[in-house]
Design a protein. Structure first.
Length: 160
């Protein structure tokens, strides 16, 4: 069995264990995780997608709490996604894990050095994970938030 299959099997075993134990599924926030509402309102998003597995995510936050999020953390993620080459890498990985060679082909980057430069930025922002020596992926719990970020960016740019 190769590393990718073992990682998927381990993830499935963990998820089954969590479900049998009555734990909240990964990627789901409960009411107790969410700050109490105030007069500023609520912001929420959710999704169910079948990209590289079936993934479900739902989150709701108080609007005032969203404004209180650490700006450095938010800026790190937005900065990492602020490049068309990095977005191409993310789009490719949203469809499933890929090797460095596959990413270089899919993104048409001219050199492996450029690819690894972008992968380092995406990894530092905790967007992309390295599965094995030269194989990369996006964690399932980040799929819907990344799709929402792309959708929100298009909405802000009035391109929907």
């Amino acid at each position: 069995m190769n590393d990718a299959y073992e990682a998927r099997l381990t993830d499935l075993e963990r998820r089954v264990h969590d479900l049998e134990a009555g734990a909240t599924p990964a990627g789901t926030r409960t009411a107790s995780d969410t700050p109490a509402p105030d007069a500023s309102g609520r912001v929420a998003y959710s999704g169910t997608v079948a990209l590289n597995g079936n993934i479900q995510w739902s989150i709701e936050y108080d609007a005032g709490a969203v404004l209180s999020l650490d700006p450095a953390t938010v800026a790190t993620v937005l900065d990492a996604l602020g490049s068309s080459a990095r977005l191409a890498i993310v789009r490719t990985l949203l469809r499933g894990p890929a090797t460095a060679a596959e990413l270089q082909d899919a993104t048409e980057l001219s050199s492996a050095g450029r690819l690894y430069h972008h992968l380092r930025a995406l990894s530092a922002a905790r967007i992309v994970e390295q599965e094995t020596r030269s194989r990369y992926r996006i964690a399932p719990e980040k799929v819907v938030p990344l799709l929402v970020l792309a959708l929100a960016a298009a909405d802000v740019a009035e391109r929907l």
